[in-house]
Design a protein around this ligand. Structure first.
Ligand SMILES: Cc1ncc(COP(=O)(O)O)c(C=O)c1O
Length: 500
């Protein structure tokens, strides 16, 4: 390590054993000194020859570093005056000061970011509750399918088929709406399985349903517009609408889903409403036909929009699949959002939105401004997966598996926890909600369970307002019979541990 104090410069530190070349170290040093204000505009720097001599290094890396700094506009040269810090670098900008023990500029910036001005929307997003303790791959993780039952052999053959010899155009830019054959396959599936009425031109393939919600919020909602959401509801939908600047109206749900009369009473002028009518997230009820009609009438009368999130309707165990709300809509007021995260796997990041025809140009423009289009390779693979029958077969198998897992979970809860956990919701999906005894702190229970390797989501995080009853959301899709039994035992111990 060589340290050379210069009369007008703070010490330059060069590490000749470092992997970073010396010219790069010099370049970084000068750039940082200029950015944080240690070197001022117009200030002269040593000639390359002098600096090389001071540092006892060859002149070549110094020349290279100066050349780069000149090219990027940090330095300028004048005949007769040598090299200086560029005079055009603003001198009056408020610069972070490096305190004692603070070594690098970027770390300092990151630490200070909370103090600097960011958008009100970003502030609202960062204030949403985080549940970092749930980031464990333990039993009951919500939204996790049975990944060990996924037909990886078939999937990898299809991936190889399309990546070994890509068809023409596949590696270039694609359509913002998505790969047409996939949209046709999705359209057929939605028509047959979900009674959705659309043609492929209305289907946009998205990067998961989260992007579908984000684009929908961006297209339909202006900052300060009011948007109804279910209480309790899906936290990520809340995020999407907050990110668009919406004012959220939490509307309670009961046995028939969202209480539509109450919503109309509180937010008659709302721009939009977000609902999960087939399988309310997280409580699990189905919205009644009367409420569906009431909501559609409200949307038509007020020129408002209904965002239908149909995220796991493939899995109903006790009854036939529930038809979509979109299929009842005669005035093109419903935006239907779906996902492959539950029926395939979340990392695929493929979802879809069925868009009313007149909104298509706005959705395309919003998509162009976002990530342009979804990965073409996975769209091609997904198309073959559906067309060759693997999709329908996988859903059939998973439906049986999840039905068994749900029954095993309910049985284990009843046998081991008795009245301490009250299961609610329909026999459907990949998760269930269960209420804790009055007064229990579900976040504390969830944290205690996480310490035993269990991922139980607190129900309270799905509410905007404080509630009298709390509970847990338990995913069983990715949790096998043994893990269910063991997981409920540990959950019970966690709850009891908090009581004593
Ligand atoms: C209500 C709801 N909608 C949508 C999704 C799927 O989201 P994505 O497609 O972004 O993975 C989930 C997953 O947990 C969900 O619970």
């Amino acid at each position: 390590m060589k340290r050379v104090p210069a009369t007008f410069l703070p010490p330059i530190t060069i590490d000749s054993r470092a992997k970073i070349p010396i010219h790069r170290q010099l370049y970084e040093w000068f750039r940082r000194a200029i950015v944080i204000g240690q070197m001022r505009p117009g200030q002269r720097v040593l000639s390359t020859r002098s600096l090389a001599a001071e540092l006892k290094i060859s002149r070549i890396p110094v020349l290279n570093a100066y050349e780069q700094l000149l090219a990027e506009g940090y330095f300028e040269t004048f005949v007769g005056a040598g090299t200086c810090v560029a005079g055009s670098i603003p001198d009056d900008m408020a610069r972070p000061t490096l305190g004692k023990g603070q070594k690098t500029f970027p770390e300092e910036i990151i630490r200070k970011v909370g103090l600097r001005r960011i958008s009100r929307r970003a502030v609202a997003l960062t204030h949403l509750p985080t549940q970092s303790w749930l980031n464990i791959v333990g039993a009951f993780r919500v939204s996790l399918p049975a990944l060990d039952h996924f037909p990886l052999g078939v999937w990898s053959k299809l991936v190889a088929r399309h990546s070994r010899k890509p068809a023409q155009g596949i590696m270039g830019y694609g359509d913002a709406m998505g790969y047409l054959p996939l949209r046709e396959a999705i359209g057929e599936y939605l028509g047959a399985a979900r009674a959705v009425r659309c043609d492929p031109s209305q289907i946009m393939v998205t990067t998961g349903s989260q992007q579908g919600l984000q684009l929908t919020a961006q297209v339909l909602v202006d900052p300060e517009d009011r948007v109804g959401i279910e209480e309790p509801g899906y936290p990520s939908a809340r995020q999407a609408f907050l990110a668009a600047g919406a004012q959220l109206i939490p509307v309670p749900v009961d046995q028939e889903g969202m209480n539509v009369s109450e919503f109309i009473r509180h937010g008659p002028e709302a721009r939009a409403v977000y609902i999960t009518p087939s399988h309310q997230y997280p409580l699990g009820m189905t919205m009644s036909a009367t409420r569906r009609m009431l909501l559609l009438n409200w949307a038509v009368r007020n020129g408002a929009w209904i965002i239908e999130d149909d995220y796991d309707s493939e899995y109903r165990f006790g009854s036939r699949p529930i038809a979509s709300l979109q299929g009842l809509d005669t005035d093109a007021r419903v935006i239907y959002v779906g996902t492959f995260s539950k029926v395939m796997f979340p990392a695929l990041r493929l979802g879809y939105v069925v868009v009313p025809r007149d909104l298509l140009p706005a959705f395309c423009a919003a998509r162009d401004a976002a990530d342009v289009f979804s990965s073409t390779l996975y769209q091609l693979v997904m198309t073959d997966f559906i067309r060759e029958g693997h999709f329908a077969r996988h859903i059939r198998r998973m439906r049986m598996l999840y039905m068994e897992r749900r029954r095993a979970l309910v049985k284990a809860i009843r046998a081991q926890m008795g009245d301490s956990l009250e299961v609610i919701g329909a026999e459907a999906g990949m998760h269930l909600a269960a209420l804790l005894p009055s007064g229990a702190d579900d976040v504390a229970v969830s944290k205690a369970a996480a310490r035993r390797g269990i991922s139980a989501t607190p129900l309270s995080t799905c509410y905007l307002r404080p509630q009298a009853r709390t509970g847990l959301i338990l995913g069983y899709g990715g949790t096998n019979a043994h893990q269910i039994h063991d997981g409920i035992r540990k959950l019970n111990l966690s709850l009891q541990g908090l009581r004593v």
